[in-house]
Design a protein. Structure first.
Lengths: 394, 324
């Protein structure tokens, strides 16, 4: 037992020396986590889309269109540039250098007054679906607002005779009518992330991204490097058991990854003011996630012959994980079938569990399934790596 | 030099349809320096990797100190050291760190490790380099360090796969002196080499050809296995002579040796008589001849090129060579 610990310690020391002797890796490890946290934290800080370049042409020049324009100018979604009323402009967004174009057609004001409103003409750039939706929403919102104001004004200035007619309408209908004319309100109460700060949501995504990226790729190189350097045979003729090799190789990476988590959490806490709840449970989630990532790296490493192969396979495996794991966007946006794939990624379970604990302050029993998944992934990948090492030696 | 420490019995290894090692049986006694000779691809490295428990024999078996080298490989590993063909230490670790790692990996007790490393550094003359990165060492020092690492757990048997390939003569000498010391201290050394001067320093030699062991004997006995004398011709120009003499009926082979043309032939006396009476090559100048004793290089050439007519061979081996 003691001899085995000494053997594991020897492997771990050697592996740790490999890491710290590689200056580039050390710099990468020290700079990437805080940098990513700052970058992603600020990048997703503002939830709403702002300042989309757009042009506006008021071909009507009526009182109504002036009103509409002043309403639209308040809206932060667009950064408007106004075109002269004439001549008519082709809706060539690329040439205009904008993503939206709104034209108030001639006679729009009078069409409103006559009770036959003609539609406004909106041209949108649909290449980015997210932006297109929010641009459309912003225009609708502005029009709705304007319409409501106009309605209130109209109701307030109704002549007495109309009100007298109104008195003859049955009480019930009148009340329904009044209710329909008023904007309905929602008394919204937001739980779990009351200020709707995106950074609170995205912290596990950042931790997960960094850990997954660094741990899988670094780990994937450890055994292939031995193979390429010819040290693998030398390792196999020592008295080291496969388990000792696997544990010894994982340990230093585990230590370094924990340091990376600490750095990320530090930046999230001190810079963005993110609070962390139930630190012990969070630590458990991180540990299990880390072990499963390292196990995956090790599996890739045992499977490949060269470091290049290992990196390529790691990248191919990690690529779908980032957009589909719900690290930076909600899983709910994904179709059912894709979501089933998402739940085969450790990162998905890590993010879900982390958010349940940290944002929702849930009891640990809510995340048992995720913890079991991560633990199983660790066991399967590490055992697979040990088996592959054995097959390789024959 | 008593009981055998390494025993091979019909050891066989095939990779798919390719037979690399074709039924080797032999035994090596404790304290021998056994030189394993053969052309590239003859199966030397494959045999050695099977003895180290790195490859599973297709059939047959081998034992090291009585234990099966594959089935008991976990236990056998404690009993031997292995220096692979190519440099296989960690270049980003220092000399001491490499030794310390292999010491730990080979389960040298921590209390003894420092003393052991100190002794090995002294023995391999690497004390001054103990804090240098292994990758920065010269080729010779790298091999000395590889040897030191393989000795860190004080094994009974040492396997070396072409340990001196690419080394300068000074380091080759140093390495061999070390091997002698180790042999004298009772370790069994199993070494493959391409250098004939090294082969002569072995206490015993095995010659491998196409996966088969053709002969195994002391170097002196091998040199006596020629049935004829060897002929050195003094002729000018030698390069023309080499190509012309090779075609002469009765000549098995020719080789260039220190400016002379060495002729392997079943009846060299008859050839010399004929040539002295009538030298058949007007474009080559005949300057004389002398009889020489075979050295290891002649043994190697004769076995690897199959000059069976001039070798005292066991009948089975002869059949083998003719067949191959």
């Amino acid at each position: 037992m003691l001899a085995s610990l000494h053997a594991i310690f020897s492997v771990a020391t050697k592996e740790f020396l490999h890491i710290i002797r590689d200056r580039r890796i050390v710099i990468l490890l020290l700079i990437l986590p805080p940098f990513f946290t700052l970058l992603f934290g600020h990048a997703f800080e503002a939830g709403a889309i702002k300042g989309i370049p757009a042009v506006l042409q008021d071909r009507d020049q009526s009182a109504e269109s002036t009103n509409l324009l002043s309403e639209l100018r308040h809206n932060e979604t667009f950064a408007w540039r106004e075109l002269p009323a004439k001549p008519p402009v082709e809706p060539d967004l690329l040439k205009l250098g904008v993503q939206a174009m709104l034209v108030v057609p001639q006679g729009w004001g009078s069409s409103l007054r006559e009770g036959k409103p003609t539609p406004l003409q909106l041209v949108l750039d649909g290449s980015d679906t997210n932006t297109a939706f929010s641009m459309q929403g912003a225009v609708h919102e502005a029009i709705g607002h304007l319409q409501l104001e106009a309605r209130q004004k109209l109701l307030g200035s109704l002549p007495v005779e109309v009100q007298a007619i109104g008195q003859q309408v049955p009480e019930e209908t009148r009340q329904q009518f009044t209710s329909l004319l008023q904007p309905w309100e929602v008394d919204a109460k937001i739980l779990y992330n009351p200020n709707l700060k995106f950074i609170e949501f995205v912290v596990p995504g950042i931790i997960g991204l960094i850990l997954q990226l660094l741990s899988v790729t670094l780990m994937a190189c450890t055994i292939t490097r031995e193979r390429e350097g010819g040290t693998f045979s030398q390792l196999m003729v020592t008295s080291l058991g496969r388990t000792e090799i696997v544990i010894g190789k994982v340990l230093p990476y585990l230590g370094i990854s924990l340091l990376l988590i600490a750095m990320t959490i530090g930046v999230a806490h001190w810079h963005f003011g993110v609070q962390f709840r139930q630190p012990l449970v969070l630590a458990l989630i991180c540990l299990l996630f880390l072990l499963s990532s390292l196990g995956l790296g090790l599996l890739i490493s045992a499977f490949c012959q060269t470091q290049t192969q290992a990196i390529q396979i790691a990248v191919f495996f990690l690529l779908p994980v980032f957009p589909l794991s719900g690290a930076f966007a909600s899983l709910d946006a994904l179709p059912q079938g894709v979501r089933m794939i998402s739940y085969t990624f450790p990162l998905t379970h890590f993010c879900t569990a982390f958010r349940n604990i940290n944002l929702r302050n849930a009891d640990i029993s809510y995340i048992t399934g995720d913890l079991v998944f991560l633990a199983a992934a660790t066991v399967i990948t590490c055992a697979g790596a040990a088996l592959l090492l054995r097959r390789n030696s024959e | 030099m008593s009981e055998p420490v390494i025993v091979l019995e019909q050891l066989h290894k095939a990779f798919g349809d390719t037979v690399a090692v074709d039924g080797i049986s032999m035994s090596i006694r404790a304290g021998e320096i056994f030189g394993f000779l053969g052309a590239n691809g003859a199966g030397k490295t494959t045999t050695m990797r099977m003895l180290c428990g790195l490859l599973k024999p297709t059939s047959g078996w081998a034992t090291l100190a009585g234990e099966d080298t594959w089935k008991e490989r976990a236990r056998v590993r404690a009993r031997f050291g292995y220096v692979a063909q190519r440099f296989s230490l960690y270049p980003d670790l220092t000399v001491t760190e490499n030794l310390r790692f292999f010491g730990g990996a080979c389960r040298v007790p921590r209390s003894q490790l420092d003393a052991r490393i100190g002794a090995l550094l002294k023995q391999t003359d690497l004390v001054k380099k103990k804090d240098a990165f292994a990758g920065s060492l010269s080729g010779g020092m790298k091999q000395l360090l590889a040897l030191a690492c393989s000795l860190v757990h004080d094994p009974e048997v040492l396997f070396l796969d072409e340990p001196t390939a690419g080394l300068d003569p000074v380091h080759r000498q140093q390495l061999w002196n070390l091997l002698y010391e180790l042999g004298e201290s009772g370790k069994t050394i199993f070494v493959t080499t391409h250098y004939m001067d090294e082969a002569e320093r072995c206490t015993e030699i095995g010659f491998l050809h196409s996966g088969r062991l053709l002969v195994k004997d002391e170097p002196r006995a091998l040199k006596r296995s020629f049935t004829t004398r060897l002929l050195d011709l003094h002729v000018e120009p030698v390069m023309t002579a080499l190509s012309l003499l090779r075609e002469v009926p009765g000549v098995l082979g020719v080789a260039l040796r220190s400016g002379r043309v060495r002729v392997y032939a079943a009846e060299p006396e008859r050839l010399v008589n004929e040539w002295q009476q009538a030298w058949p090559f007007p474009q080559i100048q005949w300057l004389g001849y002398e009889w020489v004793d075979p050295d290891m290089e002649d043994v190697f050439s004769a076995y690897s090129q199959g000059f069976t007519e001039i070798l005292k061979l066991g009948t089975q081996i002869e059949a083998e060579l003719n067949h191959g």
